[in-house]
Ligand binder design. Structure first.
Ligand SMILES: C[S@@+](CC[C@H](N)C(=O)[O-])C[C@H]1O[C@@H](n2cnc3c(N)ncnc32)[C@H](O)[C@@H]1O
Length: 299
């Protein structure tokens, strides 16, 4: 059977899943039906997980606090807290997407789809339908299949509702739950005489020092604005520049840990095809066909 292109998120409504996938509601219902998914059970699991998570970070929270924070009725919260869910309603002929014994529902560390990776990070780590903030929004390619972030910044804004990065300093320290960063990874020094197509599309750095320094300062900036246990999603990749490999992934990981983050997950995006440059030299290093999405938690 042909693999469905639908990226289904059990934490979202059928309508939200349809919007994110740019398909009709009936296409999502078809996906749910053909995969034998039990929405009711998924919903119950999602609610109990979100209540447990909220209680972990706010141990003294009352039922009213939980109800306000998670936008659930006090009655629903009470049912879950007091474990009064009717287990006899479970339809054993259907599957839960939270059931990790089912291979097709397991979230994988590798994908050829950035949309799938971002959607899985939202589901697995952010546990909300969207990110709080993107610091390198550009034209928002990341948000073709997931909801727009609440706040959008970029050093060089290209779209109307994106604020200049300098204004990010006005955000209160420790106030954000999630931040996304996707810096350029191209160095276009004077000695390079070929035209990198990627360098033309987005911005690039003029030397390696600028690239490393910017990675460091952006990690520090995100750290200061994230709340405790807040999540930074950092996309990066290793590059070869001037015949020298730059292991930017390692650099970002080490620097992030030094600043106070913990690496809680890593996704690898692999490219099935890659733009070729017109340099005719002997190959010295493996051609990079992958990039990373690091999931970093503020400790
Ligand atoms: C690869 S693009 C981001 C693409 C974006 N994730 C999307 O979905 O469309 C890199 C972004 O980093 C920004 N940028 C370039 N140089 C920067 C710097 N020195 N500091 C911070 N951001 C920078 C660029 O303006 C650009 O929008």
């Amino acid at each position: 059977m042909r693999k469905s292109k639908i990226i289904y998120n059990p934490l979202l409504s059928v309508k939200e899943n349809a919007e994110n996938n740019h398909v009709s509601i009936s296409a999502i219902r078809w996906y749910i039906r053909t995969n034998g998914i039990d929405r009711k059970r998924d919903n119950a699991i999602a609610i109990s997980k979100s209540i447990a998570n909220y209680k972990k970070s706010n141990p003294t929270a009352t039922m009213n606090d939980i109800s306000t924070a998670l936008e659930l009725s006090v009655n629903t919260v009470r049912k879950y807290v007091q474990n009064k869910i009717n287990k006899s309603n479970i339809d054993n002929s259907k599957l839960s997407t939270f059931d990790l014994s089912k291979r097709k529902f397991i979230i994988s560390s590798i994908s050829d789809s950035q949309d799938e990776i971002l959607s899985n990070i939202l589901r697995l780590h952010i546990k909300q339908s969207r990110f709080d903030c993107d610091l390198t929004y550009s034209i928002g390619v990341f948000y073709k299949h997931i909801p727009q972030p609440k706040l959008k910044f970029d050093k060089y804004p290209q779209v109307d509702d994106v604020r200049p990065l300098d204004e990010f300093n006005n955000i209160e320290d420790g106030s954000l739950h999630s931040i996304v960063i996707d810096l350029p990874f191209v160095i276009k020094g004077k000695e390079v005489n070929y035209k990198s197509m990627m360098a033309d599309r987005f911005n690039c750095f003029s030397n390696a020092k600028e690239l490393y320094d910017t990675n460091t300062s952006m990690l520090q900036l995100a750290y200061s604005k994230l709340s405790k246990e807040g999540i930074l999603v950092f996309k990066t990749m290793d590059i070869i520049y001037g015949g020298v490999p730059h292991w930017i992934g390692n650099y970002v990981q080490n620097k992030a840990i030094e600043i106070g983050f913990k690496l809680v997950d890593m996704f690898i995006l692999f490219a099935k095809t890659k733009v070729l440059t017109n340099v005719n030299t002997t190959q010295l290093h493996a051609r990079k066909f992958h990039s990373y999405f690091f999931v970093l938690e503020k400790r």
